[in-house]
Design a protein around this ligand. Sequence first.
Ligand code: KG4
Ligand code: ZN
Length: 337
Amino acid sequence: MKILGIESSCDETAAAVVEDGRNVLSSAVYTQIQKHRPYGGVVPEIASRCHTEAIVDVVKEALDKADAKLCDIDAVAVTCAPGLIGALLVGVNFAKGLSLAANIPLVPVNHTRGHIAANYITNKELEPPFLCLVVSGGHTDLIYVEEYTKFKVLGCTRDDAAGETFDKAARAMGIGYPGGVELDKIAENGNAATYPLPKPEVQGHPLDFSFSGLKTAVVNTIHNAEQKGDKINVPDMAAALRSAVVENLIDHIEKGCIETGCKKIAIAGGVSANLLLRRKLKDKFQNDYKLYIPDIGLCGDNGAMIAAQGYYEFINGNTADMSLNASANGNVEEIIK
Ligand code: KG4
Ligand code: ZN
């Protein structure tokens, strides 16, 4: 079964054709990074306009690369929540048009579920149940994936997401946009011990996350240095922040494993591309657990992950009619109608 997946929730316009949820026949991603760089972050209005301009070519590219026509596609899956509302609406409306024109089912996909499904593409043998840490620009969730379309959130962030923390701290450090990936590279040459940072904890909720204190600590250290006419050592600060966030993420995964008794661990989302996180996970869990890490190219937003999850939504009967709308908020546990 061939599913066309469409993703437009933030700053990537993406489409892909995936067979039976696992086999990527094509993938096209148009990134808007250059358009948002002058502003140091994603400008929602610009994102929507860029999606509108790019979506026809991106979907055409995905179909062409898969050597497929619309009549070869069994269903169209689209991200409809959560994300930037104007951006989501572009993909949702386009998918509705395709579904109507080609008379094929329309499959709504939650973006977080899509990120988790990137693991099915890289790891063909992975099947639920497993524990998945979803770390992106908007989310930090520890999720128990009971079945392909059944999820339980064990913990989530109380304030900033992990990616957001990297992006905001990178901005304060004067690291170019997009912050997370640049900070990761710079941190490779830094000494984390130079700047001791606090260990974040949410009292009484050990599986929840809180990163705003870390971000504030970084910003305060920068300001204190400036007041004394000094400058911080950027690679050392990048390494200190990266190490503090990664340690915290690993600690949460360990607690989640203990709570659920689960022996299978996966990660997903843009921050799962983080070099230190990937190394530390292998060091810590590789021997006693089954560890699943998506290919770097599948960590950020892409259409293949939406098509992969779309396949499982479809075979579980989760389709939508032409009244489907987009939503800025979305609960990974809920089925979208
Ligand atoms: O999943 P994603 O592409 O979009 C959202 O759904 O948010 O994640 C984007 C986030 C950004 O915050 C970006 O800075 C972060 O992922 N990111 C990274 C790395 N690559 C991307 N953070 C840390 N290390 C990286 N290598
Ligand atoms: Zn994402």
